[in-house]
Design a protein around this ligand. Structure first.
Ligand code: SAM
Length: 276
């Protein structure tokens, strides 16, 4: 029999959110690779899955990939799961899957929940275009820089954030995006304390700051797209500003300053500064 690699989505909180196909695959494969074997044992006990389980996490994935590929080539059926949701989405598995694909191994997705799609579906924000950026940087300077580069995107933007930083990140969002954007904070999805709030940032900050218990749990942050009018305004501002700044300083410095003022990407400002 030819070995296959199954990528199996598991619940993001509520144990009932798993497909019948996922349970069948986890019961029938030879090996399940899990991020944290102790965590996944709870799911296995609940569904009476007795398949042998091995650890595959960010610290050993590179070292283990070759031997797993060899086992699949020998005919073993292998499933990959993570602690929650869809593997590889801000989770380990990329090295294994990309190597398996290069080796011509059949990689079979078994779809199920993912926190970003679950949050998006109930956020009330534009869903026709969106981009997921994974976890925000933990250092504030890097976080502000990353957010600044996203201010003109005309699509919903999605981040994962830890409870340690949820409040300070919301304050950074307010600094960068202003008070008029709609933002959704989706907390503890599918769990008992599920909270999905879509509101302006000052109201959200007030809600999360007034009670520390509101800051506990797992979070998805979604920011509504930039307004076309705001972008047009920024463009007009840039056209006025750039020649003035360039007459006083070098193009790189002028672009940096113009980007800070207008929110337009620094590279874009620089290209236009040197073309003046
Ligand atoms: N693979 C997962 C997925 O498909 O969504 C994501 C794994 S990532 C390591 C964990 C992060 O996802 C959490 O820190 C949180 O930002 C988000 N997350 C996971 N479960 C969640 C839930 N039930 N409610 C809100 N956010 C969740």
């Amino acid at each position: 029999m030819t070995g296959k690699l199954f990528i199996v989505a598991t619940p993001i909180g509520n144990l009932s959110d798993i497909t019948l196909r996922a349970i069948d695959i986890l019961k029938s494969v030879d090996i399940v690779l899990a991020e944290d074997t102790r965590h996944s044992k709870k799911l296995f006990t609940h569904y009476e899955i007795t398949t042998s389980i091995r650890a595959l996490h960010e610290h050993n994935e590179r070292e283990k990939t070759d031997s797993i590929i060899a086992e699949i080539n020998d005919g073993k059926q292998v499933a990959l799961i993570s602690d929650a949701g869809t593997p590889l989405i801000s989770d380990p598995g990329f090295v294994l899957v990309s190597t398996a694909k290069k080796e011509g191994i059949d990689v079979v997705p078994i779809p199920g929940p993912s926190a970003l799609i679950t949050a998006l579906s109930a956020s009330g924000l534009a869903i026709d275009k969106f981009t997921f950026f994974g976890f925000l940087p933990s250092r504030q300077a890097a976080r502000l820089k990353m957010l600044q580069a996203k201010t003109n995107l005309q699509e919903t933007i999605i981040f994962y954030e830890s409870p340690k930083r949820i409040l300070s990140t919301m304050e950074d969002l307010l600094k960068v995006f202003g008070a008029s954007r709609d933002v959704c904070i989706a907390k503890e999805l599918t769990k008992s304390f599920e909270t999905i709030l879509t509101n302006k940032l000052p109201n959200l900050i007030e809600y999360f700051a007034t009670d520390e218990s509101h800051q506990k749990g797992e979070f998805v942050i979604l920011v509504s797209p930039a307004d076309k009018i705001d972008i047009d305004e920024a463009e007009t501002q840039l056209e006025m500003l750039l020649p003035i700044l360039c007459s006083e300083m070098g193009a790189a410095k002028a672009a940096k300053l113009a980007s800070k003022i207008t929110g337009i990407d620094k590279k874009n400002c620089y290209k236009r500064a040197i073309a003046l």
